[in-house]
Design a protein around this ligand. Structure first.
Ligand code: ZN
Length: 82
């Protein structure tokens, strides 16, 4: 079964309604994490433990990075698998 959020790292403490996923801007740049519901953005999976560190993403297209990109960042260890 294909997961809806294959790169989820945290339940969002800011809105308590969505998963925080690893994403990046389509144009490129370093991946970050973002809530699927409230659009809260954090620079890293660890930062997303703290709702106070949330910011707002730029108005740009966002997509999922590849599994390879996630592994290169060392962020695969943060992915919740269930
Ligand atoms: Zn949220």
């Amino acid at each position: 079964m294909k997961q809806k959020y294959p790169f989820k790292v945290n339940w969002c403490k800011q809105c308590d309604q969505g998963w925080i996923e690893i994403v990046r801007y389509s144009k490129g740049g370093k991946p970050f994490v973002k809530c699927s519901e409230c659009d809260g953005k954090w620079d890293t999976p660890l930062d997303s433990n703290d709702a106070n560190k949330a910011s707002i993403p730029l108005d740009q297209r966002i997509k999922r990075p590849t599994t390879q990109e996630v592994i290169e960042l060392g962020w695969d260890k943060y992915i919740r698998k269930f």
